[in-house]
Design a protein around this ligand. Structure first.
Ligand SMILES: [Cu+2]
Length: 288
């Protein structure tokens, strides 16, 4: 009798060891497959874990990048702990016999308090960092080197270089170009003569609405020479998707040459926003 029970125990122990080994092998295969998928697809860490946020092209962009990456690190950590607990529960509490019934409980107060308090702490943490960084990025200190009045209208962009007394404007065939000197603090003043638009330069990690009757202001310091895409990020009407522009961050000398070129073309002073008529397009820009 005793002998047979010892044998059963030894059998059970052996099969348990086998189970542990099988699980360890399955976990190793899973991790290996994940590593191969990431490497084979040529994913960078930024693409795989931070959803490919562009490299910031402004001094202030680093704040947003930090907030974004920090939020993802927090999210991945929570995800890994949660998935780990789930997988552990699946394995540790799996049904071992056909007639197994799990222990029936109505509630578990400590666990319920835990999963109310922990998410609350996480949300408050994310809120605190977001509010702190947002107020830092949106702070306007009026010590800018240049002021650009961005005019968004159906369906193009105009840029009034207020300190240089020149303007640039886009046409449907030639999207607007915003030229900015590198490492100079730019004050952007956003105005719209018609409907709400949104000024968005993904590489600046920044977007702000352009609202008729209200001047929205922000300051950024582009610090990387390069050409960046810009677009309207507010569905503003039928040709919203054509509201594209290009930002060129250049050396000071190149900026001066560009302003001189605008003036030579007769684009001194400010864009007449009255050109935008009730139908939304400049009369000379109608394509149909
Ligand atoms: Cu728009």
């Amino acid at each position: 009798m005793r002998q047979s029970s010892q044998m059963r125990f030894a059998d059970a122990h052996r099969s348990q060891q086998g189970g542990v080994r099988r699980r360890a092998r399955a976990a190793a295969i899973g991790l290996g497959a994940l590593a191969i998928t990431l490497t084979a697809s040529g994913c960078t860490a930024n693409e795989a874990f931070f959803m490919n946020l562009p490299d910031p092209a402004t001094k202030e962009g680093a704040i947003t990048q930090n907030l974004w990456q920090g939020s993802w690190i927090a999210a991945w950590s929570v995800g890994i702990v949660t998935w780990g607990l789930m997988i552990w529960a699946f394995i540790a509490y799996r049904r071992r016999h056909k007639d197994d019934v799990p222990e029936q409980t109505k509630y578990n107060v400590p666990i319920e308090i835990l999963y109310t308090i922990v998410p609350l702490i996480m949300i408050l943490g994310l809120f605190w960092f977001t509010a702190k960084d947002q107020s830092e990025i949106l702070a306007v200190s009026n010590d800018q080197d240049q002021t650009v009045n961005v005019v968004a209208y159906r369906w193009n962009w105009g840029f009034n270089y207020l300190d240089s007394d020149a303007y640039a404007v886009g046409t449907p065939n030639a999207p607007a170009v915003l030229v900015l000197p590198v490492n100079e603090k730019i004050r952007f003043e956003l105005t719209s003569p018609d409907v709400i638009h949104s000024f968005w330069v993904p590489s600046f990690l920044f977007k702000m609405d352009v609202i008729p009757g209200k001047t929205n202001v922000f300051e950024l310091t582009p610090d990387k020479i390069g050409t960046y895409d810009g677009k309207c990020a507010e569905l503003c009407g039928v040709d919203h998707s054509r509201m594209l522009f290009t930002v060129k961050v250049v050396e000071r000398a190149e900026y001066d040459a560009y302003i001189a070129e605008l003036k030579a073309r007769g684009q001194s002073g400010m864009l007449n926003t009255g050109q935008s008529n009730n139908d939304g397009q400049m009369p000379d820009e109608r394509t149909t």
